[in-house]
Design a binder for this molecule. Structure first.
Ligand code: LLP
Length: 431
């Protein structure tokens, strides 16, 4: 099994966190997102413990809440001592509504609106990661108006090309995010920021991409970022105290995937930063990372009811479920891979080749093609695994399909954390 949260009980049903998934589907309806609280907490603790061990704890772990944003996730990550990375006024609002301490929030985005910047300043967020010169000027002016001095980091494109899907690569020069190194933009921005009165440049940030299995890109980023911090010190007379390396740590979607254990990733990052600090003669900075997927992606699943099973002779069998790209657009967008299990037949062999289709009016509405599941029948419950990250947060109301509910399971019990949308919700804003 992909995660130790999953098991099969005496009835032959798939369980997660000790809860029978077939019962979850009956009790809460489908489609249903299911998260294992213990696993999320363990992920938070693994990152923190690794920084304690390899960096004396001089580090902050920001949960990249774009992976799965809802009030309960902010409460949970706050209770684990994590900070939060938010990327829009809406995520900031959700975090604050959940009581997340604003000083532990980092605000991101490549095109923050003046309203969002004003909201972030009024909320006293701890850090704003500035993406571009226009934003820098806007922020400085707004901060002056409000009589505050905002701590900022600059978003840097370190020029690293990692092996992941093109749409989720962000470290190379041809990216809409941040300041490039190669053409001197980054240093120019640092000169400008250090001369401003209403922002305080405290650090630099990079995020090279998402779902990364290699370690070298992070090691390379450490050298490049510490070197840039030294260059900024020399040219601007300002010693930065923070370097944020973003997220991107890959998780296991398929049995054949072998992501780097969290502790090893952090050890390598810390070692690389220490080495670079020595090499460039730069004081050890506070480190920060922003994992999203690796906090919330494992030990989760989506439950569906199987409807029509359509076998096209000599072509393929479409197994249609009561959700689809409206709750999980990742196959349509990235050709993302998933494992699926017929939850009420979890003790049977997965010897049936299926294309799992959704119910949206679109041929590309597929969850997975040519994947192995148990022999499916109408009324079976299908579990698609590892769907915790970028599923609910990227869900839509396409075809006016209400967004599913989400539940958290823990040690054999379950609780609702997001209600299922209703038809009334769908027309609430219609005039
Ligand atoms: N920090 C920044 C600045 C980011 O842009 C991201 C993700 C993260 C942290 C968190 O990365 P993670 O640890 O989750 O890899 N929708 C895509 C993923 C987009 C990632 C966007 N940025 C997907 O479904 O694969």
């Amino acid at each position: 099994m992909l995660s130790k949260s999953y098991a099969v009980n005496g009835k032959g049903h798939l369980t997660i966190g000790g809860v029978d998934t077939v019962e979850l589907a009956e009790n809460y309806g489908t489609p249903l997102y299911v998260f294992d609280e213990n696993d999320i907490r363990n992920s938070c603790r693994e990152f923190k413990a690794a920084f304690d061990k390899y960096y004396g704890g001089n580090a902050r772990v920001y949960y990249a809440s774009k992976a799965f944003s809802c009030k309960e996730m902010y409460r949970l990550t706050d209770s684990e001592g994590l900070c939060a990375d938010v990327v829009s006024g809406g995520e900031l609002y959700t975090a604050l509504s959940a009581g997340f301490p604003s000083e532990n929030i980092g605000f991101h985005g490549n095109n923050k609106t003046p309203d969002e910047l004003a909201y972030a300043l009024d909320s006293r967020v701890g850090r704003i990661v500035v993406d571009n010169i226009y934003e820098l000027h806007t922020l400085d002016a707004l901060a002056e108006e409000k009589g505050v001095c905002q701590k900022i980091l600059l978003r840097i494109k370190p020029g690293i090309d990692c092996h992941t899907h093109d749409y989720i690569k962000t470290g190379q020069i041809d990216s809409k995010f941040g300041f490039a190194l190669e053409n001197g933009e980054a240093l120019e921005a640092a000169k400008l920021a250090t001369a401003m009165e209403n922002v305080e440049l405290v650090g630099i940030h990079c995020h090279i991409g998402s779902q990364i299995f290699e370690t070298q890109p992070f090691v390379d980023a450490a050298d490049i970022m510490v070197s840039l911090a030294k260059t900024i010190e020399k040219n601007c007379g300002k010693t930065l105290t923070e370097i944020n390396f973003g997220g991107g740590y890959g998780i296991k979607y398929l049995e054949s995937d072998s992501p780097v254990p969290k502790g090893d990733s952090i050890r390598l990052l810390c070692e690389a930063v220490k080495e670079a600090s020595e090499k460039y003669g730069f004081p050890l900075p506070t480190l920060a990372i922003e994992p999203g997927r690796s906090i919330v992606g494992d030990a989760t699943l989506t439950l569906y009811k199987i409807g029509v099973v359509k076998t096209i002779k000599d072509v393929r069998t479409y197994v249609s479920v009561d959700g689809g790209m409206s709750d999980n657009p990742r196959y349509a967008l990235y050709g993302a891979e998933y494992e699926a299990i017929v939850a009420n037949k979890a003790d049977k062999p997965r010897d049936f080749t299926a294309t799992i289709a959704g119910k949206c009016c679109e041929s590309g509405d597929l969850i997975q093609e040519h994947t192995k599941i148990q022999t499916p029948e109408v009324g079976d419950t299908l579990a698609v695994l590892s769907t915790g990250a970028y599923n609910y947060s990227m869900a839509s109301n396409y075809n006016r399909i209400p967004r599913p509910a989400a539940v958290m399971v823990k040690d054999g019990s379950s609780r609702l954390i997001i209600e299922r949308e209703t038809y009334e919700d769908l027309i609430r804003k219609d005039i």
